[in-house]
Design a protein around this ligand. Structure first.
Ligand SMILES: O=C(O)Cc1cc(O)ccc1O
Ligand SMILES: [Fe+2]
Length: 474
């Protein structure tokens, strides 16, 4: 739709040249004495040099100027982005948030980075072990905020507010990009498509698609209206496709459905300065450079950003009886060092058939040693038809009991068990983590979206116990 091209596959050894510069990728070696077109060679390492081959990740970027040509980083305001997991007292309750508020652009211009709010998380970026869950709510494409630019350009924008062409042009003079030294971002847009320009090329990501921008990759986000989504950040591991075990060689998220951008560069000098924002040890820093960081003419390697359309997920589930655990719907996993235990799994609840015989089909009541954060891209979630809304969220922490609400329990206990479509037109997802997560002050207080009545959905559950019940004779 957007006319952008992609390369297909998961973690392949890709290579790509901007068609404007044929032959820009050096042949037969990574470091020619002089690179084609006078480019600089730069390696981006996503794993220790010495990692075994299956986990070794790096890409070679051939660019107009190397990333190192920038002014020193200085600390900047972090807004509601944090890695402080001790802001408020722990709260083991079931938590539910109403849809997170998106600022109106007529009131306040907010871009992807300023619009990042940390909801919960655990661990530590310094020891490279942990996760963060953030919401992004924004209405403006990523533009520069350097004081000089704001002073000079903002009044002009105000002056020409009614002239969209002038306004758009002026905004386009204020550039900024982001890079995360702390970990990988798995981005789940919920409202509004986002155009992500990366050092590797451009990706258009729509709601019901996800993308992963891995540690260190510079990117900039353009939006087209009021935009909202979820971010799962992992420190110290990359996302992988889950092993399929007895499922066999195919199924769930198939590697060919992952799409990586093709090389695209701009040779743009920015007189007002291009701001590179770096998230480093949980804090934001900015530095200025005089040119666009999206100056990579050609690249090759297996360390790239990528996107995936959730409709491509090949759903496998129960075809006889009982409820399969939700791990059967794992799209991507970021493994911890403990076998079989994820730092975080990205799990979806896609449209499918429900056919299980003599079975209570919705999620069972449970307590889990893992933490479960859930979000909703569209539609309803089967265990709770009411209350859990698109753009909102729930957190069921380590060993916190949860399960279907009263309506769901009663309906599903008496339902006629014919094959039926489940979750048509909906897409819920879960970030399931082995970390016991802390909720931030923003999540518990500042955002003002916490639904204090959540526990009430289980209050009407009543006893059905009958001590005189006997098995019916066959
Ligand atoms: O709690 C939830 O709604 C998620 C979930 C779904 C399911 O089918 C089984 C277990 C589980 O945690
Ligand atoms: Fe659960």
């Amino acid at each position: 739709m957007s006319g952008l091209k992609y390369l297909s596959g998961f973690g392949n050894e890709f290579s790509s040249e901007d068609p404007r510069c044929p032959g820009s990728l050096p042949e037969g070696q990574n470091n020619p004495q002089v690179c084609p077109y006078g480019l600089y060679a730069e390696q981006l390492s996503g794993s220790a040099f010495t990692c075994p081959r299956p986990t070794n990740k790096r890409s070679w970027l051939y660019r107009i100027l190397p990333s190192v040509r920038h002014k020193p980083y200085t600390a900047m305001h972090c807004g509601n982005l944090t890695e402080n997991w001790d802001e408020v007292e722990p709260d083991p309750n079931q938590l539910r948030w109403m849809p997170f508020t998106i600022p109106k652009s007529s009131e306040k211009k907010v871009d992807f980075v300023t619009g990042l709010h940390t909801l919960c998380g655990a661990g530590d970026t310094k020891s490279r072990n942990g996760i963060g869950i953030h919401m992004f709510t924004c209405n403006t494409s990523m533009v520069d905020r350097c004081v000089v630019c704001v002073v000079i350009i903002s009044p002009i924008i105000e002056l020409y507010n009614s002239e969209p062409h002038v306004n758009n042009f002026m905004w386009s003079l204020l550039f900024r990009c982001f890079n995360n030294s702390d970990g990988d971002f798995l981005i789940v847009p919920q409202q509004g498509e986002i155009l992500i320009t990366t050092e590797f090329g451009k990706m258009m990501v729509e709601p019901n698609e996800i993308c992963v921008i891995q540690q260190g990759m510079r990117f900039s986000v353009n939006v087209f209206g009021e935009t909202r989504g979820y971010v799962l950040e992992v420190y110290g591991a990359h996302f992988e496709l889950p092993d399929l075990g007895p499922i066999g060689a195919n199924g769930l998220a198939n590697p060919r459905d992952f799409l990586t951008p093709v090389a695209w560069y701009e040779d743009r000098e920015v007189a007002t300065g291009y701001t590179v924002i770096n998230k480093y040890q949980g804090k934001l820093f900015s530095s200025q450079q005089s040119f666009s960081p999206f100056n990579v003419v050609a690249w090759h390697g297996n360390y790239t950003p990528y996107k995936y359309n959730l409709d491509n997920f090949m759903v496998i589930n129960c075809v006889a009886f009982d409820h399969a655990d939700p791990s059967i719907f794992t799209v991507l996993t970021a493994k911890s060092s403990r076998p079989g235990v994820a730092m975080a799994d990205f799990v979806i609840f896609p449209p499918r058939w429900g056919v299980a015989d003599h079975t209570f089909r919705p999620p069972y009541y449970h307590r889990n040693c893992m933490s479960e954060f859930m979000g909703l891209i569209k539609g309803h979630y089967e265990a709770k038809e009411e209350g859990f809304q698109p753009g909102g969220g729930t957190l069921h922490s380590t060993m916190t009991p949860h399960g279907p609400d009263r309506d769901c329990f009663e309906k599903s206990s008496t339902a006629l068990l014919k094959p039926e479509r489940v979750a048509d037109g909906t897409m819920a997802f879960m970030f399931e983590s082995s970390f016991s997560m802390a909720v931030t002050k923003w999540g518990l207080e500042t955002c003002q979206r916490l639904d204090k009545s959540y526990y009430q959905c289980w209050e009407p559950l009543r006893k059905h116990f009958d001590p005189n019940w006997r098995p019916s004779k066959q």
